[in-house]
Every structure is written in structure tokens, then in C-alpha cells.
Design a protein around this ligand. Structure first.
Ligand code: GDP
Ligand code: ZN
Length: 343
């Protein structure tokens, strides 16, 4: 097994290390499914590093260092730095941020060319995608059902400002080849999109076969019972990987302002150009935003979207609350650490 097929590059590991690299393919309570040079295996977090130390808890897609154990669960000792990631608020109170997928190359933003097309949501997804550090691709599905696709394509292109916009159909196969250019061997993709827009159908079209059957693996747990682990990072027959975790599906808005500049380059270019530094862009003279809207250079809808997304992100940017959550997390970890003595 060559971990480079899973997107690993040797520069990711420190030079001197006894441990070997692995990639997390599923998180299952306290147990992690992994791939490494020896193939598929399982691992558990080493207490000293994770509950006493500063290591980030791994998530699906993370590259980690393991002490390989051929006869049982390996020990995960380090989470290697993430190139890209998505996170959301941890559902457990006071736990702060939780990564839900890591080290993906592309974010396929999926909306359908009929009922689901929603410019507001598209902007939100673009913001999340830029913020993750990966490259967004807008995928408009069910092209076979769309009576008229041009207006949707144009609207999406205008919003996405430079991001590729593809019309595809899992039913007829139209556009799947263009998508496969991104879902290339060694690349990892994630999908953002409402339920029912055709994400699973796209994965299956890319795979050319039914994947869910491949994704589910059976293994014996410690007591000899069979359990099913649903793989959350799956390698497609062509060599690209898809990450799909429950957390991905519930992605909320977290610190969204980091991605705002990239999502709204057309709007941001006018900011700071008003005559008055504290311009509210309403009735002030010399307002660059109003001038751009009046000249038609900036669409009023784009400005409105920017303003409302900014307002929304102001709530999720509550730094004081975030720091408070971090402190509570460390307290909780210290407590777990005192209760444990197995390592
Ligand atoms: P998901 O919830 O985003 O994973 O969506 P699914 O892949 O489960 O698709 C939802 C529904 O849309 C299913 O009934 C699919 O058969 C249908 N669907 C998906 N892709 C296409 C397509 O390209 N064309 C048509 N006509 N139907 C599609
Ligand atoms: Zn102004």
C-alpha cells in the first residue's frame, strides 16, 4: 500500500520519527479506521499526547503518525498539520470548535438546476469553501431536468467570480467527465449541498458503480461481535477520494468572516474608497458603494447579500465566547486525563 495514492507527500512528516504516516478514513467513537503502508488498520489516540498534551483530535481525512501494531490497534501519536479543513461548533456545550473533514483539495458546491437553486445559499457555501483553504467548484445538477439552464449558469458564474461552474447530469452522464478532471487520482473532494440535490448520485456516477456497498466494511470488535463501520473517506475506483461525514452535513456558520473577502471580491473592491472613513453607505456624499450601484458596476442584490452575510457572521465571530469555550475544553480534558490511567 502506497500512502501517496491517498494524497500523502513525504514533506508532511518530521524527518526523525519512529512512527509511520497514516490517513484517517473513519471515526468511530474512540476508534479510528486508518490506511497506512501496511494497508487498512485501526488506531486509538495515545493518552499522553491527546488528553494531556496539545494534539488536535484527528478527523476524517487527517494524516497522522502511528506506532504501527500488526497484532491489534495502533497508537495514534500525532495529527500532522492540516492543509485544509472544515469545522463547526461542537454540539457538546462548551467544547468550542470541532473539525469535521480535513485535507481535501476541492469542495464541490452542489445545487440542482431546478427547485434547489438558491443564490444566497450558493454564496454561503462559497464562503465556507474559501475559508476551508480548498478550491471550490460549483456543480449544478440534474441538467436533464432543466428546461432552461442559461439563466442559472449565468447567475452562478456572476456570484462565483472566477470559480468554475459546471452543469452535470448523473442520469445522462453529461458533464461527469469535466467533474472527473477535478476528482483525479490522489485528490480528495467533499460535497456541500442540501439533501436531495444529487450528491450521492454524482459520487456513484464518478465511481461508475454503487459505492455505499464498498464504503461499509464489517469488522470484529473487541468482544468478537461483528460491527459495521461506515467509511467516511472512500477511494473511488479511479483513485480520487470522497469524504462524507455526518458533521459535514450539519456544517453551520463558523467564523465565516475569514472567507468573506474571497467570496465577495466584486463588493470588497469598493470598500475603503468612500469619502468618509465611517461611511454607512446610505446617504453620505462621496459613497463609493452607492456610486458603483448607480453606475451598474455593482448589483444591488450582491451588496445586500454581502451586508446580510456580514451581519450573520458578526454573531459567529464572538471571540470572547470562543475563548471561554477553549478554557472549558481544557478543563474538561484535564478532568478526563485525571480519570484515565491506561497509557
Ligand atoms: P443527495 O441527497 O444529494 O445525495 O441526492 P441523491 O443523489 O440521493 O438524489 C436525490 C434524487 O434526485 C434521487 O431520486 C435521484 O435519482 C435524483 N437525481 C440525482 N441526480 C439526478 C440527475 O442528474 N437527473 C435526474 N433526473 N435525477 C437525479
Ligand atoms: Zn460608502
Amino acid at each position: 500500500m502506497n500512502l501517496e495514492a491517498y494524497g500523502f507527500t513525504p514533506d508532511m512528516t518530521p524527518e526523525q520519527t519512529q512512527e509511520i504516516p497514516a490517513r484517517i478514513t473513519a471515526v468511530h467513537k474512540e476508534r479510528y479506521a486508518l490506511v497506512c503502508a501496511y494497508g487498512e488498520t485501526y488506531g486509538r489516540l495515545k493518552t499522553k499526547e491527546y488528553y494531556g498534551g496539545e494534539e488536535e483530535f484527528p478527523t476524517v481525512g487527517d494524516f497522522v503518525l502511528i506506532g504501527y501494531n500488526p497484532g491489534g490497534d495502533s497508537r495514534i501519536v500525532k495529527t500532522l498539520p492540516r492543509r485544509t479543513f472544515f469545522s463547526r461548533r461542537d454540539p457538546a456545550p462548551g467544547r468550542g470548535e470541532q473539525a469535521v473533514a480535513a485535507n481535501f483539495d476541492y469542495v464541490f458546491i452542489v445545487q440542482s438546476l431546478n427547485q434547489d437553486f438558491n443564490p444566497r445559499r450558493l454564496e454561503r457555501y462559497l464562503t465556507l469553501a474559501w475559508q476551508s483553504g480548498a478550491v471550490p467548484v460549483v456543480v449544478l445538477t440534474k441538467a436533464d431536468l432543466a428546461a432552461e439552464r442559461e439563466p442559472y449558469l449565468r447567475a452562478a458564474e456572476e456570484l462565483a467570480a472566477g470559480v468554475p461552474v459546471l452543469a452535470v447530469s448523473a442520469r445522462t452522464g453529461e458533464g461527469i467527465g469535466d467533474l472527473a478532471a477535478y476528482a483525479a487520482p490522489g485528490k480528495t473532494v467533499v460535497f456541500l449541498g442540501s439533501s436531495g440535490v444529487g450528491k450521492s448520485s454524482l459520487v456513484n456516477a464518478l465511481a461508475g458503480e454503487l459505492l455505499m456497498a464498498v464504503g461499509d466494511i464489517r469488522e470484529r470488535d473487541g468482544k468478537g461481535r461483528h460491527t459495521t463501520i461506515h467509511r467516511q473517506l472512500v477511494m473511488l475506483p479511479g483513485g480520487a477520494m470522497v469524504i462524507d461525514t455526518p458533521g459535514m452535513r450539519e456544517l453551520g456558520m463558523w467564523d465565516v468572516s475569514v472567507g468573506l473577502d474571497e467570496a465577495f471580491p466584486d463588493v470588497e473592491q469598493y470598500l475603503g474608497k468612500c469619502r468618509f472613513g465611517n461611511c454607512r453607505h446610505q446617504t453620505e456624499p462621496g459613497c463609493a458603494i452607492r456610486a458603483a450601484i448607480e453606475s451598474g458596476a455593482l448589483s444591488p442584490q450582491r451588496w445586500q447579500s454581502y451586508v446580510s452575510l456580514k451581519t450573520e457572521s458578526a454573531y459567529s465571530d464572538d471571540r470572547a465566547a470562543f475563548l471561554q469555550q477553549k478554557r472549558q475544553k481544557f478543563k474538561a480534558i484535564a478532568k478526563i486525563n485525571r480519570q484515565r490511567s491506561d497509557d
